[in-house]
Write a protein that binds this ligand. Sequence first.
Ligand SMILES: Cc1cc2nc3c(=O)[nH]c(=O)nc-3n(C[C@H](O)[C@H](O)[C@H](O)COP(=O)(O)OP(=O)(O)OC[C@H]3O[C@@H](n4cnc5c(N)ncnc54)[C@H](O)[C@@H]3O)c2cc1C
Length: 343
Amino acid sequence: MTESILVLTHVDESGAALSKASLEAVTAGKELAARLSASLTIGMVGADVATAAGILASTGARQLAVTGEAFAQPRYASDAAACEALCRAAGASIVLAPSSARFTRVAAGVAHRLGGFIDTHITALGGTDTVEATRWFYRQRVEAVIARDARPWFLLLDAGTHTAFASEPTTAPVEQITAELPALRTTVSGTRAPMQDAQTIRPDAKLLFVAGAGWTKKQADGQVHSAEAGDLILGFLHATSASLGSSKSLVDQGGDGQPVLPFLTHMNQIGQTGATPRHPKGLATCCHGEEPHVVGWRFIGERRAISLDPNCGWTRGKADVVYVADAFPVMAKVNELLEAKKA
Ligand SMILES: Cc1cc2nc3c(=O)[nH]c(=O)nc-3n(C[C@H](O)[C@H](O)[C@H](O)COP(=O)(O)OP(=O)(O)OC[C@H]3O[C@@H](n4cnc5c(N)ncnc54)[C@H](O)[C@@H]3O)c2cc1C
């Protein structure tokens, strides 16, 4: 079967550039089209996509766009209509889209409107003359390869699994597609987001910093130093814009009436019953590196840990580098060096 591949993309908060996850989907589409010798179309959704189209010009793909004020903000009715129109115009048999909040919400509905099938959380695309999509099950323990005969086949790609497409901007023709808008019942009045400092989960950060229960345990002087621990962790996050993860023990402590770090919630938890983020590097501090926690580190590129315990899980082969040291003075020194570098 000769495939016709469509990559659905949308603009980011700036309203002009494509989101990073969209650019990752473009890379996946380019690679797949080249491997299958298939045609490649890129569909864009946003108020104005002229800048984005220039960046994509060098892909050589056919470019389609649904634009206008109605498509500036994410909203089910307008996004579903836009994606449906792009899919119909492209006549696509394979539709790749980023697993962004914006497209995850509409993709299954759009697949249904086209009589197609959808698979989500795709991490890799393989196959020499057919499409084979890979995803993980059972908290990233079982990896499955999926093939389907049904078309159109929608594949939502997990963020962080492909390199974001980048190129010098040039000009390329963009075909404007009209989307039939239903009556819009939802008006987007704006976005309310936590302050950058309050938002500690940053999926696009280069570094994951994980805090373990050791930060709030009694230290060598017999005292708990949780306020100091909080200052050191926030100081490091402030200096590096790292994403903050936690062990289960640390986030569970609040419920147990033990000292807590107020900026941590279960949303920060990494592991079997928590998140499995993707970052190039990770640093675990005051954490034991037990398997139910470390399973959440599966997609972290380079792992380092600071633990007092020379016999912890990290030293037993779970980290690339382990510093057997007291994390309090180590992180104080690291923060001092980061501050000096900034000054
Ligand atoms: C079904 C199930 C699911 C689970 N899911 C998860 C999960 O999703 N995520 C998760 O994290 N856990 C999970 N767990 C729990 C997991 O097994 C561990 O209990 C937990 O990860 C331990 O957290 P911790 O390493 O922070 O704490 P601890 O085991 O208390 O370790 C604290 C570490 O800090 C070190 N330390 C103390 N002070 C310092 C200092 N000053 N400097 C350096 N090091 C210091 C200590 O030496 C120790 O190694 C699960 C368990 C089960 C049974």
